[in-house]
Write a new protein. Structure first.
Lengths: 113, 114
């Protein structure tokens, strides 16, 4: 089964600074990859997804992620953090053709004024 | 558009009690699933369904039952609650059986077992 590892359970950035959240997947066969965001006391919502098309994927709220097969990575970035980006972010993976989505442990982002 | 609706939002049980967490979606999604969220562990799949009458186990199914009699509803039953089942539970659905599509989540049900 596929799995993902998120490096860093907490990230603190200044408003306007770069946001970088790291995610590595386990398989040698490129899977489908996702980033979800969870705001306090809410369910998760999709930020972006990679399904074997373009390796640079753009999502909502100015986020983007790059699929790098050689590094088995799918890191999430945003050039300039906003206070509203404070949330928990989850990387997720599924095998092609599989129904099940496996989530990483999550990274909590704090934005400092 | 209601999306995915979970009830109740909060529940406190005593060890050994049973209860059902309700999940309903109005998007005609074939795929529905239940996850539990625990600090530092992300979300773990409990059970899922790819259509009415079809269910299967996820990563952590022990102590939970599900059924899918209609496309809209996917209840999660705790047979005999244990403190280890204290968690936040999320129901999610998808129009592409979760393979390349987006999972739509409910707002969660916070369960405490004493």
């Amino acid at each position: 089964a596929q799995s993902v590892t998120q490096l860093g359970s907490h990230v603190s950035v200044s408003e306007g600074a770069l946001v970088l959240l790291r995610c590595n997947y386990s398989s040698s066969v490129p899977p489908y990859l996702f980033w979800y965001v969870q705001y306090p006391n809410q369910g998760l919502q999709l930020l972006l997804k990679y399904t074997s098309a373009a390796t640079l994927v753009k999502g909502i709220n100015g986020f983007e992620a790059e699929f790098k097969k050689s590094e088995t990575s799918f890191h999430l970035t945003k050039p300039s953090a906003h206070m509203s980006d404070a949330a928990e972010y989850f990387c997720a993976v599924s095998d092609i053709g599989d129904y099940k989505l496996s989530f990483g442990a999550g990274t909590t982002v704090t934005v400092r004024a | 558009n209601a999306g995915v609706t979970q009830t109740p939002k909060f529940q406190v049980l005593k060890t050994g009690q049973s209860m059902t967490l309700q999940c309903a979606q109005d998007m005609n999604h074939e795929y529905m699933s239940w996850y539990r969220q625990d600090p530092g562990m992300g979300l773990r799949l409990i059970h899922y369904s790819v259509g009415a009458g079809i269910t299967d186990q996820g990563e952590v199914p022990n102590g939970y039952n599900v059924s899918r009699s209609t496309t809209e509803d996917f209840p999660l039953r705790l047979l005999s609650a244990a403190p280890s089942q204290t968690s936040v539970y999320f129901c999610a659905s998808s129009y592409e059986a979760g393979r390349t599509g987006e999972l739509f989540f409910g707002e969660g049900s916070r369960l405490t077992v004493l």
